[in-house]
Design a protein around this ligand. Structure first.
Ligand SMILES: Nc1nc2c(ncn2[C@@H]2O[C@H](COP(=O)(O)OP(=O)(O)OP(=O)(O)O)[C@@H](O)[C@H]2O)c(=O)[nH]1
Ligand SMILES: [Mg+2]
Length: 216
């Protein structure tokens, strides 16, 4: 029996090259946005990276673009506090989002980001796909589930990306993957494949590049 939500297959050489090329050119930081009114003109396809605080969103953007300190990554959860826009090639924006589920900042501050995050996920016309990042050690938590429901209701296709795969043994990873599959099966907006990554080791990065480059 075919398991639901298989891993995205590694790309063939030709598609992989398309992914490589998209990220081979210079990536530019466009702006950090703190309110919907500050979003750049909707003139490019957008993909965003959402996930709990500290799951590895900024690190994944760094790994994709091969630029080490582009999207600030840090040990301090809650570091990304704005919606950060980066270019990829001539046609794409990569959008680094503030993490959700981080309680250890002043409540009004957290509430402000969370409101902005939700407005963005529900209301951005050019958002083609949301990557929802899940820590390979922890699986889908209830806050992830909430964001997935929000994406369902906004009809934004989202794809689960397992992060920090280097931190778990294969057996553990398979258990977590099955937990993730169970959670995804309740969400109509879930794209039917999962990508396993490690920004640290470069695992899954060419695959994710190709997935983005071949979005139509
Ligand atoms: N081992 C390992 N560590 C990682 C990986 N990706 C990220 N990290 C570490 O996890 C921590 C958080 O990474 P970030 O990329 O800042 O996480 P984030 O999701 O952007 O966090 P916020 O902006 O706070 O929401 C950093 O210490 C990273 O070095 C990975 O693939 N493997
Ligand atoms: Mg970040």
């Amino acid at each position: 029996m075919q398991l639901p939500f298989p891993l995205t297959e590694e790309p063939d050489a030709q598609s992989e090259e398309k992914g490589r090329l998209l990220f081979a050119g210079p990536t530019e930081f466009v702006k950090g946005v703190v309110a919907m009114s500050g979003l750049p003109d909707a003139e490019r396809i957008e993909v965003c990276f959402a996930g709990r605080s500290n799951v590895g969103k900024s690190s994944l953007i760094n790994a994709l673009t091969g630029m080490k300190a582009l999207a600030r990554a840090s040990n301090t959860p809650g570091r990304t506090q704005e919606i950060n826009y980066f270019t990829a090639g001539d046609d794409f924006y990569l959008v680094d989002l503030p993490g959700y589920g981080y309680a250890n900042a002043p409540l009004p501050v957290v509430e402000k980001w969370q409101r902005l995050l939700k407005q963005f996920l529900q209301g951005r016309q050019t958002l083609r796909r949301a990557f929802v990042l899940i820590d390979a050690r922890h699986g889908v938590k209830s806050v992830d589930d909430e964001i997935m429901s929000l994406l369902d209701s906004a009809a934004v296709t989202f794809q689960a990306v397992l992060t920090k795969a280097d931190k778990v043994k294969e057996v553990e990873r398979e258990e977590i993957l099955n937990q993730v599959r169970g959670a995804l099966s309740k969400h109509p907006a879930a794209y039917p494949e999962i990508i396993v990554t490690s920004s640290e080791k470069g695992w899954g990065i060419p695959t994710l590049r190709t997935v983005i480059a071949t979005l139509e």
